[in-house]
Design a protein around this ligand. Structure first.
Ligand SMILES: *[C@@H]1O[C@H](CO)[C@@H](O)[C@H](O)[C@H]1NC(C)=O
Ligand SMILES: *[C@@H]1O[C@H](CO)[C@@H](O)[C@H](O)[C@H]1NC(C)=O
Ligand SMILES: *[C@@H]1O[C@H](CO)[C@@H](O)[C@H](O)[C@H]1NC(C)=O
Length: 278
């Protein structure tokens, strides 16, 4: 399992790059178009370092970061997730108590006017290695809130965080989909895969935002985290030949936090459909 998901997340985004006007899904249906792979295309690129501005944690105390929206099973609801508190990696890590920070989303149809509030759940996870020389990791507090009763084709403004700690996010916004009906589609769907966490990732995300999708389908992979410290983020074509004495294949969890931060500009404003595969 090479990339960021122990549960193998399939995530997508859509990038349709055409010379002039970019068609929307309402112009379709289209005949599938296949392009021959251009062997001159750049084959991979170096990972961004953890201290890169897009990967660094840029909030203090228990302010929300890595804010992400995800589709729910019904078009009138939406999941909002984020992280508070600092992840730790090293010797003798102490997990956060997820109950110490509330999971609140305040939202409404007018900017600055949050007429509705919903609470959710919070969890932490730890990766503990029973081997000398491997560092343990414990996450920040991961919050999930599902908001219900949303109206179709409506823009909602929201803030998330813990109001009693006065640690709320800035205002963000999203737009709900039309109700399912013939000739009613999300205006433009982006599909993307294998984003990684490189300088090319940020270029891809910039293109994606330029195309203003109403929904992003992410089909994985996300980024390399496995064997990250062992191979220096470069991967190994034959791990067991190169590292015959390794007792376990380590994964460097902070890469996942870096990924969550790098993607935040898309995740917090666009509905993302994630497909989970076990
Ligand atoms: C992809 O990354 C490589 C090096 O990391 C760089 O040389 C190349 O210009 C990048 N391509 C784009 C389209 O940004
Ligand atoms: C933190 O990073 C996010 C995503 O890049 C950005 O939108 C936000 O403005 C940054 N916040 C601060 C305080 O720099
Ligand atoms: C990581 O956690 C395991 C299980 O609690 C413990 O046995 C091990 O010593 C820890 N490793 C480090 C480097 O702290």
């Amino acid at each position: 399992m090479k990339k960021i998901c122990s549960a193998l997340w399939l995530q997508f985004f859509v990038v349709i790059i055409v010379a002039k006007r970019i068609p929307t899904t309402l112009d379709g249906p289209f005949k599938p178009l296949t392009h021959r792979f251009d062997p001159l295309l750049h084959k991979g690129s170096d990972d961004l370092p953890m201290d890169h501005s897009r990967l660094k944690r840029n909030v203090t105390s228990f302010f929300p970061e890595q804010i992400a929206l995800a589709l729910s099973t019904s078009s009138s609801s939406m999941w909002i997730s984020w992280i508070t508190g600092e992840a730790q990696i090293g010797l003798n890590v102490t997990p956060h108590d997820p109950k110490t920070v509330a999971s609140e989303v305040w939202y409404g149809k007018e900017s600055g006017k949050y007429t509705m509030k919903q609470n959710g759940v919070s969890v932490v996870y730890s990766q503990l290695y029973p081997f000398e020389g491997l560092w343990n990791y414990t996450s920040g507090i991961i919050h999930h809130v599902k908001i219900d009763g949303l109206e179709p084709e409506t823009k909602y403004y929201y803030k998330c965080g813990d109001s009693s700690l006065v640690a709320m996010s800035d205002e963000l916004a999203f737009e709900t989909f039309p109700l399912p009906a013939p000739n009613k589609y999300p205006r433009r769907i982006a599909v993307v895969g294998d984003l990684g966490l490189t300088s090319n990732t940020t270029t891809t995300i910039d293109h994606l935002i330029m195309n203003d999708p109403s929904m992003i389908l992410m089909v994985g992979d996300l980024t390399y985290a496995n064997q990250y410290l062992t191979t220096g983020g470069k991967g190994a074509s034959c791990y067991s030949c190169q590292f015959p004495d390794a007792p376990i294949r380590e994964t460097f969890q902070p890469r996942w936090d870096g990924w969550g931060r790098c993607e935040v500009r898309v995740d917090a404003s666009y509905t993302i459909h994630r497909v989970f595969v076990k």
